[in-house]
Design a protein around this ligand. Structure first.
Ligand code: ATP
Ligand code: ASP
Ligand code: MG
Length: 325
């Protein structure tokens, strides 16, 4: 085993650069090489598959509500007044992705910094930081199946090339070789996972018991993921990696005004924050799409086998801890 299970208490949390020993600094640089390679490999797969690379934004009136989500644990939402308007720091660029893919960029991705002030106790999961980045992507007219195929190709390509080009770095960082995943990955309904493991701990149970990545599907959550009102099934997915846990969430999306509007009301989310999306949907300008976000620190954390994903950050963002840099 290369990583502790999520939720195992960690005795020592990742420290800032200025507090590391020379050996720890070397290890940090080694993880940095895996990070660089991972960014190069994943972005190349997206570009090679016809995606355009958009730059991120940090402040918007509209951002991800992160609600309702069974795993949500946000301590504080950051809002600030500029030019007489309230803007929020980016929680994810999901709303921007829906608008951008509908209006101008049919296939897009963004390396997007996300701020989520997680509860301080989440420092100990080893899987949460309060600033992280996603490769957040969206494709017009795509199905969930199309996204599975694309992500599976991206991950097999990544791991194959990491094993070839960064073998000595991985040997230094990991206790055992990094296994190239076998695609296609298994797809399992969340209800079946809850029955097999337990309703609260299915995520950890799943991650412990698998050898290859697994897609968990049909997870009730935010309004923008597609829900079939007839069957009650959600066309969405999370990707779980062996001995690690979730590294990606995504979905086929809602694009019709009536459904988006009803779901926002049902969730008691502030409609005013989604006025533009609602207006575009009402005018018939939003298009069907599917996409997902890959947590970059998590995928690199999984590949390197670190105990805490803040080890993949040059400037660690451990919940509950603020350093000068
Ligand atoms: P979790 O349930 O693990 O707390 P989440 O389901 O709330 O995560 P999403 O809203 O699905 O997170 O975010 C999309 C992706 O961004 C996740 O799959 C994960 O890879 C990454 N991510 C989310 N929150 C964090 C965090 N606090 N630190 C690092 N990565 C994160
Ligand atoms: N990036 C996710 C998605 O595409 C949304 C999120 O970050 O919560 O569905
Ligand atoms: Mg998720």
């Amino acid at each position: 085993m290369t990583t502790p299970e999520p939720c195992v208490p960690l005795t020592e949390l990742p420290k800032p650069l200025d507090q590391l020993s020379p050996a720890e600094l070397e290890r940090k640089a080694c993880i940095g090489k895996v990070m660089t390679h991972t960014l190069q490999s994943l972005t190349s797969t997206f570009i090679g598959s016809g995606f355009q690379w958009l730059l991120p934004v940090a402040l918007s009136q509209s951002t991800d509500p992160l609600w309702p989500d069974p795993g949500a644990s946000i301590e504080k939402r950051i809002e600030v007044d500029i030019y007489g308007k309230v803007v929020r720091t980016t929680a994810s660029m999901i709303i921007h992705k829906l608008v951008a893919s509908s209006l101008a960029y049919p296939k897009l991705f963004i390396v997007s910094p996300n701020i989520r002030i997680e509860k301080a106790e989440r420092a100990k999961t080893g899987r949460h930081i309060y600033e992280f980045s996603q490769i957040d992507f969206e494709a017009r007219d795509a199905s969930s199946k199309d996204i599975f195929t694309l992500v599976e190709k991206a991950l097999v390509t990544l791991v194959t090339s990491l094993n070839k080009d960064l073998k000595s770095e991985l040997d230094t960082l990991r206790y055992e070789p990094l296994r190239v995943p076998t695609a296609p990955f298994k797809v399992v309904d969340k209800a079946d996972l809850e029955a097999e493991y337990d309703a609260d701990g299915w995520e950890a149970g799943l991650a412990e018991s698998i050898k290859d990545p697994v897609w968990a599907i049909n997870i009730p959550r935010e309004f923008y993921d597609f829900e079939d009102f007839q069957t009650g099934k959600w066309d969405n997915y999370d990707l779980f990696m062996p001995n690690f846990g979730e590294v990606l969430s995504g979905a086929k999306r809602e694009w019709e005004y009536d459904k988006i509007s009803k779901k926002i009301e049902r969730d008691q989310v502030n409609k005013e924050n989604y006025a533009l999306l609602l207006k575009l949907a009402k005018e018939g300008k939003t298009k069907p799409s599917a996409g997902a976000g890959i947590g970059i620190e998590r995928i690199v954390g999984w590949a390197t086998g670190v105990r805490h994903i803040a080890e993949t950050q040059p400037f660690p963002r451990v919940p509950g801890t603020v350093n000068e840099l």
